[in-house]
Design a protein around this ligand. Structure first.
Ligand code: C2E
Ligand code: MG
Ligand code: MG
Ligand code: MG
Length: 291
């Protein structure tokens, strides 16, 4: 940490942010190389029906390992967004999701959908839908097997365009989930009028549901809102049996989180599906099972 002589807060901040800029620049160069060399992959995290315990889907998450060290999406996704690399990265992730759907089909699981995160920058490109439609067609994938996860901000910068874009995706048959629901702004203004199919209750609300107080009330409200609007709901970041109990009691049909499964390689997810659909059968980890 560099401190300018006699430095006060401002000077110190500038030095630090230059270092951060350099780090981001280095990271984007490394990510660019990784993409070019086809070293970016995906992991799948199971989504579980809270009544039956069956696996009803999975979310695809980008994975990048550099010199044997897994890189955190919380760091490289923002870097990819700032540098524009999110466009080729996101395209590659969608292609890998198509491959995974084909592999699941071959393994006898043609009806389990996968969700894919799409950033506002990708979604905002004119070519996005045509490229997506061409990609799934080329792989022989029906769009209903793919759910597009968007964030609240993605469609709000231009509401009319965003609405039309989502409507086109729906007409093609893709599912549309609002990721991290409740953390953005103006959710209530638009959620009833946008053609989305599912709300993802953000992890910060799930975290509070075992306890009394604020975030449990918000979680309760979001679940009620989703049900009222006829939307599907999935709770993110479920880590404890108490949370499962609470979510069940409050009418949340579906969840994902470390309690059930961590994000894992596609082959491991398929092995998990083979374990009779019970999310714990394949892991043998002894983590709290709700099946
Ligand atoms: P997200 O879409 O909200 O994904 C959920 C994140 O929560 C994942 O982190 C997942 O590993 C983590 N998670 C799942 N269950 C639990 C749990 O029980 N406890 C805790 N503490 N965490 C849990 P990950 O893989 O690090 O991804 C972080 C974010 O990066 C994602 O948040 C998403 O916004 C973004 N991201 C990841 N892959 C992609 C991608 O392919 N494209 C885009 N645009 N964004 C991506
Ligand atoms: Mg997501
Ligand atoms: Mg999320
Ligand atoms: Mg999140």
């Amino acid at each position: 940490r560099i401190r300018a002589s006699g430095g006060h807060g401002v000077a110190e901040y500038q030095v630090e942010s230059e270092q951060e800029n350099l780090c981001r620049f280095m990271e984007s160069r490394a990510l660019y190389r990784a993409l070019r060399e086809d070293r970016v992959g995906i992991a799948l995290q199971a989504q579980v029906d809270l009544e039956s315990g069956a696996i009803v889907g999975a979310e695809a998450l980008a994975r990048w390992t550099e010199d044997g060290r897994p890189q955190s999406p919380a760091s490289f996704i923002p870097v990819a967004e700032a540098s524009g690399l999110i466009v080729p990265l996101g395209g590659r992730v969608i292609e890998l999701v198509c491959d995974a759907l084909r592999a699941m089909e071959r393994a006898g699981f043609p009806d389990i959908p996968l969700s894919v995160n799409v950033s506002p920058l990708q979604l905002g490109r004119r070519e996005f839908i045509d490229e997506l439609a061409a990609m799934v067609a080329r792989h022989g994938i029906e769009p209903r097997r793919m759910e597009i996860e968007i964030t609240e901000g993605a469609v709000m910068s231009d509401y009319q365009d965003g609405r039309e874009l989502l409507a086109r995706l729906r007409r093609l048959g893709f599912g549309i989930a609002v990721d991290d629901f409740g953390t953005g702004y103006s959710s209530l203004r638009y959620v009833h009028s946008l053609p989305v199919t599912r709300l993802k209750l953000d992890r910060q609300f799930t975290a509070g549901v075992g306890e009394q107080g604020g975030s449990a009330n918000v979680a309760d409200m979001i679940i009620a809102l989703g049900r009222r609007l006829g939307l599907d709901i999935v709770a993110e970041g479920v880590e404890t049996p108490d949370q499962v109990e609470w979510l069940r009691r409050h009418g949340c049909p579906c969840a994902q989180g470390y309690l059930f499964a961590h994000p894992e390689p596609v082959e491991d997810f398929i092995a998990r599906l083979r374990g009779h659909g019970c999310p714990c059968a394949a892991s043998g980890s002894g983590r709290g099972c709700v099946c």
